[in-house]
Each structure stands twice: as C-alpha cells, then as structure tokens.
Ligand binder design. Structure first.
Ligand SMILES: NC(=O)c1ccc[n+]([C@@H]2O[C@H](COP(=O)([O-])OP(=O)(O)OC[C@H]3O[C@@H](n4cnc5c(N)ncnc54)[C@H](O)[C@@H]3O)[C@@H](O)[C@H]2O)c1
Length: 325
C-alpha cells in the first residue's frame, strides 16, 4: 500500500484530499495543528485502517515513521482573515514548514506536491494569468505575508528539485469553493452565503467590478491528483476560468438562496487583486484536465452543506467582526 502524508489535513482542501486518497487505497497520514482547521472535517475517516492523524505544527521538525511515497503540503492559513490575524505563523508555515517537508521528502525519497496559489501573481498586470507571468506583489503590504510565503515556497521547492534532484510538483491553486469551507473565514463564497442565510445585506468591497473565477472542490482535487501523478515539475495553474465580477456574483447568490438581500459597498482592502482568471492551457495539455462542474451546480451543493449547519455555527462572529473593523 502506498503511503502519503497530507499536511493541512483538517482544513478545507486537505480534508477532501484525505477522502480521495483513502478512496484510492493509499495509506493516508494526515497532519494538522488545527490552527484554522477542524477535526470534524476528517472525523468520518478515523474508522478506516488506512487513515491516521497526527496533531502537529509542521513549522517544527516533522518526523514520520516508516516509508513515504508522496507528500502533499497543504498546511497554511489561506483566507485573508486568517493570515491577517496570524501573519507570523503564515510566513513560518510557508517557509520553515515547507523546508521541513522538503527535508522529509528527501529523507524518504518521496515525491512532494506543494499548494501554491494564484496570489503569487499579486494584483496581476497580465490577464488571464499564465504560469510564465512573474506577478505584481507588494512585499510589505498586509497580504505580503501570504503571497511572499507562497513565492518563497515555490523557490525553495524548485531549489530542492534542481540541487537535490527531488521529485517536486507545484500546484498554483485559484479560488476554490465547496463543502467544509468555514462559513465565516471571509472568503467570498462562504461570506456571501453566510450573510444571505442570516438575512444580512451582502458586503462588496470596492465597486464590485473586480473579478474572480471560482473552481468547485471536486474539480480542484482531480487536478491536484493528476498533477501529483504526472511527471511535470514546473508550476501548473489549477482553477476554473469561468470569470465573473463580484457584483454579478452577489446577484447570483441572492437568486440562489431565494433571499431578498441588498448589496452594500465598503472600501477595497489594500492590495486586493482586481482581476483573477487562470489560463489553464498547461493543465489541459499536460494533465488532460479541465474543470467540469458549472458554478450553478457547485454553488447548489455548497449551499446544501451550509444549510445543514447549526445556527450557532451560522452566527459565529469572526467574519462579522472583520466587517465591522
Ligand atoms: N481554498 C483555496 O481557494 C486555495 C487557493 C489557493 C491556495 N490554497 C492553498 O491550499 C492550502 C489549503 O487551503 P484551505 O483553503 O484548505 O485552507 P484551510 O485553512 O481550510 O486549511 C489549512 C489547514 O492547514 C492547517 N495548518 C495551518 N498551519 C499549520 C501548521 N503550521 N502545521 C500544521 N497544520 C497547519 C490548518 O489548521 C488547516 O487545517 C493552503 O496552502 C492554501 O494556501 C487554497
């Protein structure tokens, strides 16, 4: 049985990856310090013999007994609310954490895939964003802690590849949504859905003309799985190119939830990217992958999940405090 270590396993993407690799018959070693994740995302897997969990901070030395064929490094705060609240941990997990996991991969002779992000492109001057674009990032702005950690993560990963001959994969992940996102983590999809379900007005930052392109989680996991098993070591964009303005997206949410909310506007946060659309030519050619789930279908599945949450969960205050600040 092949053994895979998944870091950030109790988070949104990490937990879906755990599902996929358990299903594919791998032995999954899940690791998380639960700083933004939740064990409830993986509790259904504890009954399986091919699943085990370590509560550990990967910014500290990482030890895993036995052999390892693959490592998927997904540990990192990922929403602006999180990384503004814990900037140092964000920088550490992208740098020290990645270094620790590359060292582990080298020791075990394992292949490692790191979760990079479209945020390496910053507020892009090229549209759509292809892998050859170097990005436009403010190193010292509030988002720099995340964006630069991810850029460093890519650099050190390539250095391990070229210097040590390590098998590395780099996924540049664009906005992904679906069940198990935290309703109140401030990312656009759960933020709008949460406000609609609580009967609050939907908050748009800026004038709403900024764009995003949302990928449903099942498509994302398939892309990552294919990239891991490919023989391509350079960055690959994984995302859905179906671009929409935030203003239009807010209207879609109002329609989908059958609510009658108004939209209110607040100033755009510093360095918020004005446009986001992945160029997925590489993923199509190299992985034979492209997203299949239409936004309307993915959003319905996501809404079903949020509709099942308790009212206590629905009314948690992180995002509302952020909106007030
Ligand atoms: N979801 C997206 O749209 C998206 C887009 C681009 C990149 N990514 C990347 O994918 C990865 C997962 O993102 P997500 O959306 O699932 O976020 P998430 O916050 O739901 O999950 C991250 C997980 O990492 C864990 N973690 C954080 N620091 C850790 C540490 N030092 N040691 C161990 N565990 C730690 C958290 O507790 C959490 O469970 C991140 O690296 C993120 O940068 C996600």
């Amino acid at each position: 049985m092949k053994r895979v270590l998944i870091t950030g396993a109790a988070g949104f993407l990490g937990s879906h990856l755990c599902d996929r690799f358990v299903e594919e018959g791998f032995h999954v070693i899940a690791m998380d310090n639960l700083i933004t994740g939740d064990l409830k995302n993986i509790q259904h897997l504890f009954k399986f013999k091919n699943f085990e969990f370590y509560h550990h901070d990967v910014s500290k030395f990482v030890h895993v007994p036995g052999k390892l064929e693959y490592i998927l490094h997904f540990a990192s705060p990922a929403s602006p609310i999180d990384y503004l609240k814990i900037p140092i941990q964000t920088l550490k997990v992208g740098s020290l954490g990645t270094h620790n996991l590359l060292g582990l991969a080298k020791e075990k002779n394992a292949r490692i895939l790191i979760a990079s992000t479209s945020e390496v492109y910053g507020d892009p001057l090229v549209h759509p964003q292809n892998e050859e674009y170097y990005g436009n990032v403010n190193t010292i702005g509030p988002r720099g802690v995340y964006d630069e950690a991810k850029r460093f993560q890519e650099s050190i990963t390539m250095a391990y590849h070229t210097y040590h001959g390590l098998e590395t994969r780099i996924a540049r992940i664009f906005n992904t949504y679906g069940p198990r996102m935290r309703l109140n983590d401030g990312r656009v999809v759960p933020a709008f859905i949460g406000q609609a379900l609580r009967g609050e007005d939907l908050t748009i930052f800026g004038d709403g003309s900024q764009t995003r392109s949302f990928c449903y989680v099942d498509d994302q996991i398939e892309g990552i799985y294919k990239l891991l098993l490919s023989n391509y070591c350079y960055p690959v964009n994984i995302g859905n190119p179906d671009e929409i303005t935030i203003k239009d997206f807010a209207q879609e949410i109002v329609k989908l939830t059958g609510t009658n909310q108004k939209v209110i506007y607040k100033p755009l946060p510093t360095d918020d990217p004005l446009q986001r659309q992945p160029d997925i030519k590489k993923a199509k050619e190299i992985l034979g992958w492209e997203p299949k789930v239409k936004r309307i279908d993915g959003m319905r599945l996501t809404l079903d999940y949020f509709n099942r949450l308790s009212s206590e969960e629905l009314n948690k205050s992180e995002h509302r405090d952020f909106l007030k600040s």
